[in-house]
Design a protein. Structure first.
Ligand code: ADP
Ligand code: MG
Length: 594
């Protein structure tokens, strides 16, 4: 076989395949161009899931007739002239490949007009060639129409999914752009029917983004979100994310943006999950995370479709984000029940902790961090809480002395008077939280108190489970569990941490579970191992007794008061709710708070 140079048209189609994989990838490029052109309105319509038509109309700066012709040439871009410019780029585009690619693999028409132009100009073409051009009535902005995508690349066409799937991709792309740019109005029409129409909101980011989230993700998801804003040097983070009691079965509602660009980033996603600090099985938060940093700190160019990003200082970004999320969640109070449906929970307005010195060192500047939550709106419930006496000392807001134990309900709930209001505690959840933190403290300090069992507890597992768990023998010993084997499927528990009491059945479940979730001992993260073991052990060990004596209930509440997160059990369930005096008064329609 002899070496041949590919004909230009074939080369163009191959190159186009890198940029345009499916209808949603063209749409993404077109929307980015509109935003780069300074549009304040972007209107999208699609037919047949974008396979027949994608049209994007904007009110941006437009192009001159000469630039219009140039815009579909390869590597034509108004955004960089030299390679050095790449690092300093503040726009979405810079490769000059999107329109070139669209012309190669579809029937393309672009109509554009600048402010003050006497007429709009258009060009039309397909298969890489301009086939018609002319003038049209003036209207500032640009309309790009991509028809019959891949009509000349049948192999590609075959790889497209069914309409519902491609349609879902299209909608997602517009959702992402809309969440990232609340100051721009967006509308989407599919097969002649409006999917959404969102007004621009140029107010503070939190209200604007929350409003977008409400329209795009629904009121219920939006209600479960909390907000945070934190800066460290040149790193700036703004985020909306689910409170621990509002998690979902899928990752569907997770959006990440770096320098306003929608990205998929394992680093950011894992940082978010780490921020929750607790094991949640298959539950996922909803989020819109916006990270801004100097363009030189991030490489958006590792993927031709610019979907994945790489940070120069991955570790520092991870720490910054997980730390901020974690601090925010610990400070977020969900203690008061919203008696009125719709009333939002009270929030703790404490400033976020300073970012670690490592983060500050990496991102220079050393500017003091801004206080978090400054932009938060005061809700009705916040106002009511403000009217209550300030909690004594530095305890959580639900603890307002004197706190008196009133009794137990259904052998499960403990009822207290606190600050003249009603405090209801889920006894199991509270015990789990207290145990979890005590055990974690001992574990971190390496001071586990161990309780040898006079009669070892015998645990029966499958042979492979037993095999797995035995690989953890040494690590588990350090965590206070002494295990041995009495047969291929039989294990003996010789000692446990003194904090725990396990029935035979509970020990069985604990070790069955651990054998499934613990991976290779040396390869797992230390904090994760501790967390997993502690969470499960707490869950299994406290079921033993249900009745609590008043002194025990009182001790539990005092212990809970000093917990780092007194509001949730290690699995994220609420531990308590508090109905303050103002809410009681309101419930009984009293005009004054007693
Ligand atoms: P890139 O965005 O990487 O520069 P594109 O192929 O997407 O490359 O676009 C080429 C050029 O066409 C852009 O640099 C821009 O100057 C111009 N352009 C594209 N779309 C628009 C638009 N909607 N409004 C104004 N100019 C546009
Ligand atoms: Mg572009």
């Amino acid at each position: 076989m002899s070496v041949k140079v590919l004909p230009e048209e074939v080369a163009a189609k191959i190159a186009a395949g890198e940029v345009i994989e499916r209808p949603s990838s063209v749409l993404k490029e077109l929307i980015e161009n509109s935003l780069d052109a300074g549009a304040s309105r972007v209107s999208v319509s699609a037919e047949k899931a974008g396979k027949a038509l994608i049209r994007v109309n904007d009110d941006g700066a437009g192009m001159s007739p000469e630039d219009l012709r140039l815009s579909v040439m390869r590597h034509s871009t108004s955004k960089i002239a030299a390679f050095e410019d790449l690092d300093a780029l503040g726009t979405y585009g810079f490769r000059g490949e999107a329109l070139f690619s669209a012309l190669a693999v579809s029937r393309l028409k672009i109509t554009t007009c600048r402010a003050g132009d006497e007429a709009a100009s258009f060009i039309e073409g397909d298969s890489g060639a301009i086939k018609a051009e002319g003038k049209a009535a003036p209207a500032r902005g640009t309309t790009v129409e991509v028809r019959d995508l891949f009509f000349n690349v049948p192999a590609r066409l075959k790889f497209l999914r069914g309409d519902p799937s491609e349609r879902a991709h299209l909608i997602r792309v517009v959702e992402e752009a809309a969440l990232a740019n609340p100051g721009v109005s967006f509308s989407l029409e599919v097969d002649g029917a409006e999917v959404f129409s969102l007004k621009a909101d140029n107010g503070p980011w939190e209200t604007a983004c929350l409003a977008r989230a409400r329209e795009l993700l629904g009121g219920k998801v939006a209600e479960g979100l909390t907000a945070l804003e934190q800066n460290a040097g040149e790193l700036s983070l703004r985020a909306l994310f689910s409170l621990p009691d509002s998690l979902y079965a899928t990752r569907q509602n997770q959006f990440f943006f770096v320098n306003r660009r929608p990205v998929s980033s394992k680093t950011l996603q894992q940082a978010l999950y780490r921020g929750y600090d607790i094991m949640r099985g298959s539950k996922h938060p909803a989020c819109a995370v916006y990270l801004d940093l100097p363009p030189a700190e991030v490489d958006v160019n590792i993927h031709p479709r610019k979907a994945d990003v790489k940070f120069r200082a991955e570790g520092a970004v991870f720490k910054f984000v997980s730390g901020a999320v974690n601090a925010r969640l610990l400070k977020t109070q969900r203690a008061s029940v919203a008696i009125d449906p719709g009333a939002s929970p009270a929030r703790d307005e404490a400033a976020a902790p300073a970012p670690s010195s490592e983060v500050r060192a990496v991102f220079g500047a050393g500017k003091p961090p801004a206080a978090a939550g400054a932009a938060e709106q005061e809700s009705v419930t916040d106002a009511l809480f403000a009217a209550e006496p300030a909690p004594g000392g530095s305890g959580p807001s639900w603890y307002q002395p004197p706190v008196n134990y009133l009794g137990q309900l259904s052998k499960s709930y403990l009822v207290f008077e606190s600050g003249g209001g009603l405090l209801v505690v889920d006894q199991h959840a509270a015990q789990e939280r207290v145990l979890f933190e005590k055990y974690m403290d001992e574990l971190v300090l390496g001071k586990i108190r161990v309780q040898p069992l006079v009669i070892p507890v015998s645990v029966e597992l499958s042979a492979s489970q037993a095999e797995n768990i035995m690989r953890w023998q040494d690590w588990l010993k350090g965590a206070g569990f002494e295990i041995g084997r009495s047969g291929p499927t039989h294990m003996l528990l010789h000692a446990t941490p003194a904090l725990f009491y396990f029935s035979q059945e509970a020990a069985q479940e604990l070790f069955g579970y651990l054998s499934e979730v613990l991976g290779e001992p040396s390869r797992s993260d230390e904090a994760l191992k501790r967390n997993t073991v502690a969470t499960m052990a707490c869950k299994k060990s406290v079921k033993a007794r249900d009745f609590l004596k008043p002194q025990e209930a009182q001790r539990l509440i005092e212990d809970l008061k000093t917990a780092k997160d007194s509001f949730h059990c290690p699995h994220g369930r609420p531990t308590l709710f508090h109905i303050g005096r103002p809410e009681l008064a309101r419930k009984f329609q009293r005009t004054t708070v007693i």
